[in-house]
Design a binder for this molecule. Structure first.
Ligand SMILES: Cc1cc2nc3c(=O)[nH]c(=O)nc-3n(C[C@H](O)[C@H](O)[C@H](O)COP(=O)(O)O)c2cc1C
Length: 409
């Protein structure tokens, strides 16, 4: 698998308190060379060896050092990070941290994250040779092996004390190679395993004549990220997309469309076979009444009147169909976002509705970030503050997964 296909994979690197913590900086850099997104979580002891600032600068992400950093109940950062991770890599792993992992101790951010996560875990032990040989450490490593935790190293070589022996952390190259291998073969959060997922994305384009038309500034990014995340979670994804410059995520069946009418046709044909549908596209509400086949001449007219008619509301149409997939809609609102989103959810018979405010060019439609509220039919509400759209997609699928699980239990 090339670097390109690892692009956007998500690794939490746990750094614990050993001398080899400085080598973890190189691990971050090399993972980023492969376009992997790396978040670093540090134990308190690790921060004595390398500052969080160094890892923040190298990873381009916030570093977590405290279990109690979030102030609101929905923050629960160790759970969020655990959901986000496709791989947890502990490098260096101290004797102490290995013991915590083996015994299920959860008394700081990294150890609690480890227990909360379902992704594959890789540890790179690093300690003095006598510590490494100690029966307790060997017992703990054997327990980790039984728990399906993979280990890389340690190597035998010169140690921080000046002695030579086993316990030296594997070189960053070796750790990165093991991490990439694990990313290629093992993604565990497969809550959509085998399910058929339908997603719409992007704007529609309503032609007025062969060269002109009406559209909006949707980029398609939110829907494409939802599709990418659904594939990672094991879904079989059909993405119905209006005109977009974005490349389709790997593993997705892309159906490219132009107009609202085209999108409606594709959605209704795919919906019968879908378990979950997220209609995220910014479908034009109006289309020219009389599109013409020849380019309109400007002639000597000083203005142009165009009669427009309503397009079909695809979400409401799907909401009325029976049977229908688990249905999630999107609502872009300029004001009263929560109230209007709730109204739309009920009016269009959706199971969940994601509302976002139409604001500047950077957030929401056309932007790289989003800030949303997610509502469900049981009165549940989750707010996601401004975040990059890939992360918002992870959160939305997390919310959908939790709600569906509640409904089925
Ligand atoms: C200078 C120094 C170097 C250390 N190096 C290591 C090490 O390489 N491996 C290890 O297991 N512990 C090492 N320790 C001990 C750990 O820092 C200590 O056990 C600490 O409690 C580990 O905390 P953590 O597992 O939460 O990071 C070292 C301590 C000091 C003072």
């Amino acid at each position: 698998m090339s670097s390109a296909s690892l692009e956007g994979k998500r690794v939490v690197l746990v750094v614990t308190g050993g001398i080899a913590a400085y080598k973890a900086c190189e691990v971050v850099r090399r993972l980023r060379d492969h376009r992997v997104i790396v978040r670093v979580a540090m134990t308190a002891a690790a921060t004595r060896f390398v500052t969080p600032l160094t890892f923040a600068a190298l990873s381009g992400q916030s570093v977590m050092t405290s279990l109690f950093a979030g102030e609101r109940p929905e923050d629960i950062p160790h759970v969020r990070w655990a959901e986000w991770a496709e791989l947890v890599c502990v490098a260096p792993a101290t004797a102490d941290f290995i013991a915590k992992m083996a015994h299920g101790v959860a008394d700081d951010f990294p150890s609690t994250l480890y227990l909360a996560n379902a992704a594959p875990t890789l540890v790179a032990p690093a300690m003095e040779d006598d510590m490494y040989r100690h029966a307790a450490v060997q017992r703990n490593l054997a327990t980790l092996e039984q728990d399906d935790v993979a280990t890389v190293g340690p190597a035998t070589g010169s140690l921080a004390s000046g002695r030579t022996g086993p316990g030296r952390m594997s070189e960053p190259d070796e750790i990165v190679a093991a991490a990439l291998r694990t990313l290629r073969h093992g993604v565990i959060n497969k809550d959509l395993d085998g399910q058929r997922v339908l997603i719409t994305a992007g704007p529609t384009y309503e032609a007025l004549d062969p060269v002109r038309g009406f559209t909006n500034r949707s980029s398609g990014r939110m829907g494409f990220e939802l599709a990418r995340e659904a594939v990672l979670r094991g879904g079989r994804v059909t993405l119905v997309a209006g005109p977009s410059r974005l490349a389709a995520p790997a593993g997705v069946e892309l159906r490219s469309v132009q107009s609202a009418a085209d999108m409606q046709r594709e959605v209704l044909s795919a919906a019968n076979e879908s378990d979950v549908a997220i209609l995220c596209a910014a479908v034009c509400d109006f289309t020219p009444l009389d599109p013409v086949d020849e380019k309109l001449k400007k002639g000597d007219r000083s203005c142009l009147d165009v009669a427009m008619v309503r397009t079909t509301d695809i979400l409401a149409t799907l909401g009325k169909s029976d049977p229908r997939p688990f249905l999630v809609g999107f609502a872009a609102e300029s004001s009263d976002v929560r109230e209007r989103t709730a109204e739309k959810m009920a009016g269009k018979n959706c199971d969940m509705m994601v509302g976002n405010r139409v604001q500047g060019a950077e957030v929401g439609m056309g932007g790289f970030d989003n800030e949303v509220v997610i509502l469900d039919r049981q009165g549940g509400e989750e707010r996601i503050e401004r975040l990059p759209k890939p992360e918002v997609a992870t959160r939305i699928w997390g919310a959908i997964g939790r709600y569906r699980e509640r409904m089925n239990s």
